[in-house]
Design a protein around this ligand. Structure first.
Ligand SMILES: Nc1nc2c(c(=O)[nH]1)N[C@H]1C(S)=C(S)[C@@H](COP(=O)(O)OP(=O)(O)OC[C@H]3O[C@@H](n4cnc5c(=O)[nH]c(N)nc54)[C@H](O)[C@@H]3O)O[C@H]1N2
Ligand SMILES: Nc1nc2c(c(=O)[nH]1)N[C@H]1C(S)=C(S)[C@@H](COP(=O)(O)OP(=O)(O)OC[C@H]3O[C@@H](n4cnc5c(=O)[nH]c(N)nc54)[C@H](O)[C@@H]3O)O[C@H]1N2
Ligand code: SF4
Ligand SMILES: [Mo]
Length: 740
C-alpha cells in the first residue's frame, strides 16, 4: 500500500479542510455535507422544525429539533413517533446542551517529544496516522494494528470504519464496546434462533399480561420503555428478577432478589416446575423446536429445594414465579445487563429463551424472549460494524458470503479476511503479549469502561501508538493518546441508527461541529485517502450512498431492508423496522418476528440449549467478604459521563461523588454512617466512595454505579466463554470507613 493518494481528490479534501478552519458561516452551513464528502439532501436544509432520533440509549426516541437561522436551538419529544409518543428522558431533553462545551475536541492533537498533546493540522494528523500505523504494520505484520469501535455512531459510519480497516488497511483484529454490552445476546440468539434477531416490538410492553424483567433496570436505563409498560391496559403482573430492590423492582408485583449469578439455576428450576405440572405448549414445542426431550430430562435435577438453596429465594417465591408464567396468556421475558454481563451469560439468556419457547410465548403480541439493547446503535453495530460478523450478519469464514459482499462493494473478495477478529479482551491481551502495537479507538472510552482498569491502563500504556477519535478532548482514553482526532457528535452529522426493536431511524446534521472537528464519516474518508486505499471507497460517497450499499448487503438475509428506498422514506414513516424486504410493500407500524413459528436455522426450528451452571467466579472470602454489583446509577448519567457531565441540568440530577450502596445491617456492623467516605477494595484496586445506606441492597452485597472513573479498578476480568462478554456484575470486595 502506498501513502500517495489520488491528487485530485486530495486537493479537493485539502481545500475543504482549509475552508473548515475558517469561521463557520451560515453559508457554509447552508451547503453542508461534511465538506464535500457527501451532500446533505435538500429536505434537511434548515427549516423551522425537523425530527430525528435520540443518540443516547437504544430506546431510540424521536425528538423534534427546532431551528433558528439554520441551526438547532431547542428540542422537544416527537408526539407521533411510534417509539416514545411524545415522551423523553432528561438525557434526551438535554441532548443539544452537551454539544456546547469547552471540553469539546476541536483540533487534532499530537503528543510531542516532551510528552504533551499539542494542536496540529489535519494534514499532519493524517500523515502521522499513516506513517506510524503503516510503520508498525511493516515492522510487525498487518495484524499488529487493531481498532476498537462502538455502538454509538450511525450505521453508515461504523460500516465505513469496518470496511476501511478490514478491506483497505489490512487490519484483522477489531472489536467494539458492544462486546461489553450485547455479545451475550448475539451469541444466545444465533445459537437458539439461527440469527441475531431480537423478536419484539415495543407495543409488546403494552400487550403483555405478564412482564418478566431479568437483570433489567428499565426505570433508569430505558425510562421510555418503562413508560410504555405504564400504558399497558391489562394490569399486568410485573416480575423483576434482580438482586437489588431497584427502581424497577419497587414497581413490580413480584420482586425476586436472587443471589447474584444464580439466574440460570432459577430459570432451570422454573422450567422443571412448568414441565412437572404440564404447563407447557406441546404443539408449539413439537412443531417449532428441537432438543426439548433432552432439556426436559436435564432440568429434572433442579428441584425446588435445590433452586431455593442456590438462589437464596423461598420455595414460595419460586413457585409463584412459575404460576404467574402459567397463568399469563401473553407472557413477555425481557433481559439486559444483569444477564449479559456474566461468566455464564449466554446459557442464562438461553434459559430465558427456553421458557418462552416451551410455553409458546413467542411470535404473538405481548410475548417474546427479548434482549433489550443498550446504546443508541448497538443493533447497527451487531449487524454492520464488520467486526465479529461480515457486513449484514454475514460470516467472514464463509466463501459465499465473502463473494456476495465483495460483489456488492465492487472489491476483490481476496481483501476480505477469512478469519474472525479477536474479541476485545483478546485484543487487550494481544497488546500485553506484544502482538498488537498500534490501536485506533473510536467513540468509546476503554480507560474508564473496560474491566480491571489498573491492568487496562498499564496495557494501553504499552502501545507504540494510540489514536483516539472522540467528541471531547479530556476523556480518560484521550488523555493517554498519542494522536487525538476531534469528531463531530450526534446532531452534527447524518446517518441511521437501529434501536432495540429493530427500528431504523434517522439522525441529521443540524448543527455545525466546533472548530475543526469532522464527522467520523469524513475522518474515515480522509484516512482512506491518506492510507492510499481511497479508490476502494469511491462508492462510499456519503452516508446515504453507504445506506444503499448496506441495503444490498442485507438483501436475502433475515435483516433484509432492501424495501427501504432512502432516508426520506425512513423520515416519513417514523422509522422502519427490519425486516423490510423489497417485495413487501406495506410498512405496518409495528413488526415482530416469528409470527409464523419459522426460525432461521436450516430446518426452521429453534433450539433448546442448556449447560451446568457454574459457581461464582470470585467468591467472597474472609478478606473480601462482599459481592460488588455495578451498573447504571441514575437516568441522568450516561456511561463514562463525557457527555452527560456537560449539562448543568443533568449534573443536578445525580450525585457528584462516587457512592456505594450498602445495607443498613452491614453499615451498622462496620460503623459506617450515611454520607461518610468509605474505602472499597478488591484484589485488583481500591477507591473512595460515599456510603449510601439503603435496604435496596441486600446484606453482603454492595453496588457502585459504573459512571465514576474508579469503579472498574475493582472489577474482575472474567468473561463468558461463548460471547467473551465481561462479567462486570460480580467480584469480591471489602469495605471500611475511611481512616479505619
Ligand atoms: N441512564 C442511563 N441509561 C442507559 C445507560 C446509561 O449509562 N445510563 N446505558 C445504556 C446501555 S449501553 C445499556 S447496556 C443499558 C443497561 O441497562 P440495564 O442492564 O438495565 O442496567 P444495569 O444497571 O447495568 O444492570 C441492570 C441490573 O442488573 C442487576 N444485576 C446484577 N447482577 C445480576 C444478576 O446476577 N442477576 C440479575 N437478574 N440481575 C443482576 C443490577 O442490580 C442492575 O439493577 O442501559 C442503557 N441505558
Ligand atoms: N463496571 C461496569 N463497567 C461497564 C458496564 C457496567 O455495567 N459496569 N457497562 C458496560 C457497557 S454495557 C457499555 S455499553 C460500556 C460503555 O463504555 P464506553 O463506550 O467506554 O462509554 P461512553 O462514555 O459511552 O464512551 C463513548 C465515547 O465516545 C465519545 N463520543 C460520543 N459520540 C461520539 C461520536 O459521534 N463520535 C466519536 N468519535 N466519539 C463520540 C464520548 O465522548 C465517549 O468518550 O461500558 C461498560 N462498562
Ligand atoms: S429514553 Fe433513551 S432514547 Fe429516549 S430520550 Fe432518553 S436517552 Fe434518549
Ligand atoms: Mo451497554
Amino acid at each position: 500500500m502506498s501513502t500517495t493518494a489520488d491528487p485530485t481528490r486530495m486537493d479537493q479534501l485539502q481545500s475543504l479542510l482549509h475552508q473548515r478552519t475558517g469561521p463557520l458561516t451560515r453559508e457554509l452551513l447552508l451547503k453542508p455535507g461534511e465538506f464535500g464528502l457527501g451532500k446533505v439532501p435538500a429536505r434537511q436544509l434548515p427549516d423551522a422544525t425537523t425530527n430525528m432520533v435520540c443518540g443516547y440509549c437504544s430506546t431510540g426516541c424521536g425528538l423534534n429539533v427546532h431551528l433558528q437561522e439554520g441551526t438547532a436551538v431547542a428540542l422537544t419529544p416527537t408526539t407521533d413517533y411510534p417509539v416514545n409518543l411524545g415522551m423523553a428522558c432528561p438525557k434526551g431533553w438535554e441532548a443539544l446542551t452537551v454539544l456546547d462545551s469547552p471540553d469539546r475536541a476541536t483540533v487534532p492533537m499530537l503528543r510531542n517529544a516532551s510528552g504533551k498533546l499539542e494542536p496540529v493540522t489535519w494534514d499532519t494528523a493524517m500523515q502521522t496516522f499513516v506513517e506510524r500505523l503503516q510503520g508498525i504494520q511493516k515492522q510487525h505484520g498487518a495484524e499488529s494494528v487493531a481498532f476498537l469501535s462502538t455502538g454509538q455512531i450511525p450505521t453508515e459510519e461504523m460500516a465505513l470504519l469496518g470496511a476501511l480497516t478490514k478491506f483497505g488497511m489490512g487490519i484483522v483484529h477489531g472489536d467494539g464496546n458492544t462486546r461489553q454490552c450485547m455479545a451475550t445476546a448475539v451469541v444466545a440468539y444465533k445459537q437458539a434462533f439461527g440469527f441475531d434477531a431480537p423478536p419484539y416490538t415495543y407495543a409488546d410492553f403494552e400487550e403483555s399480561d405478564v412482564i418478566v424483567l431479568i437483570g433489567s433496570n428499565i426505570c433508569i436505563a430505558h425510562p421510555i420503555m418503562w413508560e410504555r409498560v405504564m400504558r399497558n391496559p391489562h394490569d399486568p403482573e410485573i416480575i423483576v428478577v434482580d438482586p437489588r430492590m431497584t427502581e424497577t423492582a419497587m414497581n413490580a408485583s413480584l420482586h425476586l432478589p436472587l443471589a447474584p449469578k444464580s439466574d440460570q439455576t432459577l430459570l432451570y428450576g422454573i422450567a422443571r416446575i412448568l414441565i412437572e405440572n404440564n404447563w407447557v405448549d406441546h404443539d408449539y414445542i413439537d412443531q417449532h423446536t428441537n432438543d426439548f426431550q433432552e432439556f426436559r430430562e436435564y432440568v429434572a435435577q433442579f428441584s425446588l429445594e435445590r433452586v431455593a438453596r442456590e438462589s437464596g429465594l423461598s420455595e414460595q417465591q419460586i413457585q409463584r414465579f412459575a404460576e404467574l408464567i402459567h397463568d399469563g396468556k401473553r407472557v413477555s421475558f425481557w433481559w439486559t445487563m444483569g444477564v449479559n454481563q456474566s461468566h455464564q451469560g449466554v446459557r442464562t439468556a438461553q434459559a430465558i429463551i427456553n421458557l418462552a419457547l416451551m410455553t409458546g410465548n413467542i411470535g404473538r403480541p405481548g410475548t417474546g424472549a427479548n434482549s433489550i439493547t443498550g446504546q443508541a446503535n448497538a443493533m447497527g453495530s451487531r449487524l454492520f460494524s464488520n467486526t465479529t460478523n461480515l457486513l449484514g450478519g454475514h460470516d467472514f469464514a464463509n466463501p459465499e458470503h465473502r463473494e456476495k459482499i465483495a460483489g456488492i462493494l465492487g472489491i476483490n473478495s481476496e481483501v476480505i479476511p477469512t478469519q474472525n477478529s479477536w474479541a476485545y479482551d483478546e485484543i487487550i491481551e494481544g497488546i500485553l503479549r506484544g502482538k498488537i502495537k498500534g490501536l485506533w479507538v473510536i467513540c468509546t472510552n476503554p480507560a474508564h469502561s473496560w474491566i480491571n482498569q489498573t491492568q487496562c491502563r498499564d496495557i494501553l500504556d504499552r502501545l507504540d501508538f494510540l489514536v483516539v477519535q472522540d467528541m471531547y478532548g479530556n476523556t480518560e482514553t484521550v488523555q493517554m493518546a498519542d494522536l487525538v482526532l476531534p469528531a463531530a457528535g450526534w446532531g452534527e452529522k447524518e446517518g441511521t441508527q437501529i434501536n432495540s426493536e429493530r427500528r431504523i431511524g434517522l439522525v441529521k446534521k443540524l448543527r455545525p461541529a466546533p472548530g475543526q472537528a469532522l464527522a467520523d464519516f469524513s475522518i474515515f474518508k480522509l484516512v482512506a485517502e491518506y492510507w492510499g486505499c481511497g479508490d476502494m471507497f469511491a462508492q462510499w460517497e456519503s452516508p446515504e450512498a453507504v445506506f444503499q450499499l448496506l441495503k444490498e448487503c442485507s438483501r436475502g438475509t433475515p435483516c433484509d431492508f432492501s424495501g427501504i428506498d432512502d432516508y426520506e422514506m425512513i423520515d416519513k414513516a417514523g422509522g422502519i423496522q427490519w425486516p423490510y424486504p423489497e417485495k413487501r410493500a406495506d410498512n405496518a407500524g409495528e413488526r415482530r418476528l416469528f409470527a409464523d413459528g419459522e426460525f432461521f436455522h436450516a430446518d426452521g426450528k429453534a433450539k433448546f440449549l442448556f449447560e451446568d451452571p457454574r459457581p461464582l467466579t470470585e467468591k467472597p472470602t474472609h478478606r473480601y467478604p462482599f459481592i460488588l454489583l455495578t451498573g447504571r446509577g441514575t437516568v441522568a448519567q450516561w456511561h463514562t459521563q463525557t457527555r452527560t457531565r456537560q449539562s448543568a441540568v443533568l449534573r443536578k440530577l445525580y450525585p457528584e461523588n462516587p457512592f456505594v450502596e450498602i445495607n443498613p445491617a452491614d453499615a451498622r456492623a462496620l460503623n459506617i454512617r450515611p454520607g461518610e467516605w468509605t474505602i472499597v477494595e478488591s484484589q485488583r484496586g481500591r477507591l473512595r466512595a460515599k456510603a449510601m445506606v439503603t435496604h435496596a441492597i441486600k446484606a453482603g452485597q454492595l453496588f457502585i454505579p459504573m459512571h465514576y472513573e474508579p469503579t472498574n479498578r475493582l472489577t474482575d476480568p472474567v468473561f463468558d466463554p461463548y460471547s467473551r462478554q465481561p462479567s462486570y456484575k460480580s467480584c469480591a470486595v471489602n469495605i471500611s470507613r475511611e481512616g479505619f
